[in-house]
Design a protein around this ligand. Structure first.
Ligand SMILES: Nc1nc2c(ncn2[C@@H]2O[C@H](COP(=O)(O)OP(=O)(O)OP(=O)(O)O)[C@@H](O)[C@H]2O)c(=O)[nH]1
Ligand SMILES: [Mg+2]
Length: 528
């Protein structure tokens, strides 16, 4: 709501004819009143009074039209632009006196150039013209002299101008952050629509001016036309000027040989860059959610992954609400492990789970190997797919789905569990696990499924394989998070975050609880 109001105000500030539009709508009640007035004229026989008032109003309107026409004629006139936007002390300190002289001599020329008021679509030609003039000042006036730089340099020029211009726009154009380009397009489309029937409309208008409704509509359409001429010429001129000044400054850097000096990334060692990344604010932790039916072994898995007994483990339904365990990987990357309540088929529970799942980055979908009933899982998967198919969620990525075929030790008779040395081998247990994997994969179509056993007594089976699979999928999960955060907030730098997270995910996947990290030496596999 606040954003909307801000956008509204910004439109008003940028478009000097925005308020007249508001005024026009205020005339509507007057128009209705006019109908009643006409009735009163006939009913009360006020013909003379009416004619006099009519005459007076016609005179006023004619006067207003004359003024408007005069303003229209003046449109071709030059619009003065303040050329003093960049004072001497704001010029780059690495510029030599010669650069400053060139700058000073070219700024007024930019003032002249923009008086041609080129269409925005052809504005780049003026940018090139400025570059040409700078090149000429630096003695590069030969054929194609202005192109005396390398391809990476020109790309950098574009990048530099864009980033500087962005800053300039924010400084000089009030509310630019709150106006969507679509608003301008909307106004432009309206303008085009009005243009088509212009001729017939003009005749109709002339006739209509003889009636009181005519004046009002005329006044209203006049106001509309003013609004539809998009941003005011003054604002446009200011924007053109500021852009060309940025081109000029970058041109001076380029031809004056300072361009490299101005690039902060050059001269900075790799180690310094690395330190900078480490100093940056911690990125939002990846969210890994445990999903699965009641007693599938989610909490046991959290404990195994974090190497400790934190999550409540019970044969009876235990996790009645989501529990978050903040963990760290070996290299400092933070993860949030979310232990969710089991899928129990209840509508409220399913809804709550869906909310959790669509706002996480990686799902560990825990399936108890000896439980063939998969209806709850499949229903939930269908719910997820239809959530994504919904038009408003089309641009959202679903989290990475990693299936965990858990408690595979229960596929064998009690007391008979022997971890198979090779899952591809001929042993009966390996064959059982393969069948179960195939069956569950065919039902759920997750990205990958890893068999696992964490028997109470006995060694964990395949835990390292699961850890590497998580590690491998973490990169994809980062993309999911980028997408989610971009759509949720729209205010963070995808590039910066990606770099930060990527660098944090290169270490070996081994988790421990955050609070315990203080006591453990870095890289320790023992959480306690
Ligand atoms: N044999 C065997 N038992 C397991 C294994 N993993 C978990 N269990 C047992 O299964 C039961 C349920 O485990 P939990 O981790 O509490 O299951 P959960 O999915 O968190 O359950 P809810 O939170 O109630 O949804 C516990 O008694 C565990 O000890 C396993 O790999 N093998
Ligand atoms: Mg649990």
């Amino acid at each position: 709501m606040i954003k909307k109001i801000k956008g509204y105000q910004a439109m008003a500030r940028l478009m000097d004819r925005f308020f007249p539009l508001m005024l026009a709508s205020a005339f509507m009640p007057v128009f209705v009143l006019a109908g009643f007035g006409l009735y009163a004229v006939f009913a009360g026989a006020y013909f003379l009074d009416f004619a006099l008032i009519l005459l007076l109003f016609s005179l006023c309107i004619t006067l207003a039209m004359l003024i408007a026409a005069r303003r229209g004629r003046q449109k071709g006139k030059a619009i003065p632009v303040d050329l003093e936007l960049l004072p001497e002390e704001d010029l780059p300190s690495h510029w030599l006196p010669r650069d400053r002289e060139i700058y000073a001599s070219l700024v007024p020329e930019i003032g002249d150039l923009i008086q041609e008021r080129p269409e925005w679509i052809r504005f780049h030609e003026q940018g090139l013209e400025v570059l040409r003039r700078v090149a000429a000042h630096y003695g590069r006036s030969g054929k194609h002299g202005e192109w005396a730089f390398t391809l990476p340099e020109i790309l950098k020029v574009g990048e530099t101008i864009s980033s500087r211009y962005r800053k300039v726009l924010r400084e000089h154009v009030p509310g630019i952050d709150h106006i969507r380009i679509s608003s301008f397009f909307l106004i432009h489309d309206q303008k085009e629509r009005f243009r088509k029937g212009k001729r017939i409309y003009d005749v109709y208008r002339a006739l209509r001016l003889l009636t009181p409704e005519g004046w009002i509509s005329e006044l209203r359409s006049y106001l509309f036309r003013q609004v539809f001429s998009e941003m005011s010429e003054e604002v446009q001129q200011k924007l053109r000027y500021l852009f060309l000044v940025e081109v000029l400054r970058t041109g001076i850097d380029l031809y004056g040989g300072h361009f490299r000096l101005d690039q902060e990334e050059l001269g900075e060692s790799k180690a310094a860059q690395k330190d900078k990344k480490r100093l940056a604010l911690p990125p939002e932790p990846l969210r890994i959610c445990m999903l699965g039916q009641v007693s599938a072994g989610k909490s046991t898995l959290v404990n195994a992954l974090t190497g400790a007994m934190h999550a409540e483990v019970d044969a009876l339904p235990a996790t009645d609400r989501g529990q978050v365990y903040r963990c760290r990987m070996e290299d400092g990357q933070v993860l949030n492990m979310v232990d969710l309540p089991g899928l129990d088929g209840g509508e409220a529970g399913q809804k709550a789970l869906l909310e959790e799942i669509v706002s996480c980055d990686l799902v560990l979908w825990v399936l108890r190997a000896n439980q063939p009933a998969r209806k709850l899982d499949m229903d939930f998967m269908n719910r997820l797919r239809s959530w994504q198919a919904d038009e408003k969620n089309r641009t959202r990525r679903l989290p990475v789905m990693l299936g965990v075929l858990h408690q595979v030790d229960r596929l064998t008779a009690p007391g008979k569990w022997q971890p198979p040395p090779d899952l591809k081998g001929d042993s009966a247990t390996a064959a059982l696990i393969r069948d179960a994997l195939e069956y569950n994969l065919s039902l759920l179509h997750v990205d990958e499924m890893i068999p696992l056993a964490l028997p109470l007594s006995g060694q964990p089976f395949n835990l390292e394989v699961l850890q590497s699979a998580i590690q491998m999928h973490c990169m994809k999960a980062v993309h999911v998070q980028m997408n989610r955060r971009r759509l949720d907030t729209g205010t963070f730098s995808v590039k910066k975050e990606w770099e930060r997270m990527k660098s944090g995910l290169t270490g070996f996947f081994h988790l421990w609880r955050d609070s315990e990290k203080k006591d453990s030496p870095p890289g320790s596999t023992d959480p306690s």
